[in-house]
Design a protein around this ligand. Structure first.
Ligand code: G1P
Length: 295
């Protein structure tokens, strides 16, 4: 029996040291890809997948995130008075309904596992999604983005779901990595996982790419998990423990993922997302051709 996945946790307390100085005063999740913050792309992916409640685990100096997902009275009033109906309607359509967001703080940077654990009371006793907002996705042939494909897999297999993707073997040490059991192509049973395996020890080149569906039992485990890779409380270690009792499936995401937490990934995301927008793509493609032609 599966239950509806209604809530998603967005861990947004990270410092963004890979994109300094941009993130000195602006949270990395608020940097824009095309015309909206990275985090809004993630929230849109969640909404498309049927998520109804958005749980943000923030930190100090991140208050602007809370404001971004609220009404902006003065701006909206001005747009209304100036007759800018299209802009106003777009803003209002993007704003989550009253009561559909929750914000809690991770008081100290103790790791992703600790950040997710901070959401335990808001999630309660139901399966939920986790979305790492550095990673933003565009759909492939299936037409849905990554979280949508994870929820589809959850409805089919139940249990817990982790989205994965292939990276060159030389890069696996930077990620969580899973090993493959019974393989069904688009999905497979996960029979092992490890966070940031030392070079040359990775069980596969399938990395955990930032979308999860987890049972609430993970919270009790995360409360007791020891510090792991990098001296942090790792979500992967909590999931590994949960996998002793519950099934985990991997989803090979059909689409493209961009890591906006790195400078090159951020730039690539801007190009790809601009090219995916019918309103911007024609003019942007022409500009891009000029640049590429001069390389
Ligand atoms: C986190 C997860 C890791 C995952 C990665 C994806 O690591 O712990 O399993 O592969 O995100 O970006 P971090 O990037 O926080 O070091």
């Amino acid at each position: 029996m599966t239950r509806r996945i209604r809530k998603a946790v967005f861990p947004v307390a990270g410092l963004g040291t890979r994109v300094l100085p941009a993130t000195k005063m602006v949270p990395k999740e608020m940097l824009t890809v095309v015309d909206r913050p990275v985090l809004q792309h993630c929230v849109e992916e969640a909404r498309e997948a049927g998520i109804e409640h958005f749980v943000f685990v923030t930190g100090r100096n991140k208050a602007v995130i809370e404001d971004h997902f609220d009404l902006a009275y003065e701006l909206e009033d001005t747009l209304r008075k100036r007759g800018k109906t299209k802009e106003l309607e777009a803003l209002l359509a993007d704003t989550p309904a009253a009561g559909a967001t929750s914000f809690t703080r991770q008081q100290a940077p103790l790791g992703l596992g600790h950040a997710v654990w901070c959401a335990r009371d808001i999630i309660g006793d139901e399966p939920f999604a986790v979305m790492l907002p550095d990673m933003i996705t565009l759909p492939g042939q299936r037409g849905t983005r990554c979280l949508g494909q994870c929820i589809e897999a959850y409805e089919k297999h139940g249990g817990n779901i982790i989205a994965v993707e292939e990276v060159p073997p030389a890069d696996t040490h930077m990620y969580g990595v899973v090993s493959v059991g019974a393989d069904h192509g688009h999905t497979f049973q996960i029979n092992g996982m490890v966070e940031k395996p030392p070079r040359g020890t990775s069980p596969s080149n399938l990395i955990i790419s930032g979308r999860y569906i987890l049972g609430p039992e993970v919270f009790g485990i995360l409360a007791n998990v020891e510090k792991g890779a990098g001296g942090e409380i790792q979500l992967t270690d909590g999931m590994k423990k949960l996998a002793e009792k519950q099934v985990f499936h991997g989803v090979r995401f059909d689409g493209k993922t961009y890591d906006t937490g790195s400078k090159v990934g951020f730039l690539a995301a801007n190009v790809a997302f601009a090219l995916s927008r019918p309103d911007i793509a024609p003019a942007f493609r022409a500009e891009l051709k000029k640049i590429v032609g001069s390389l």
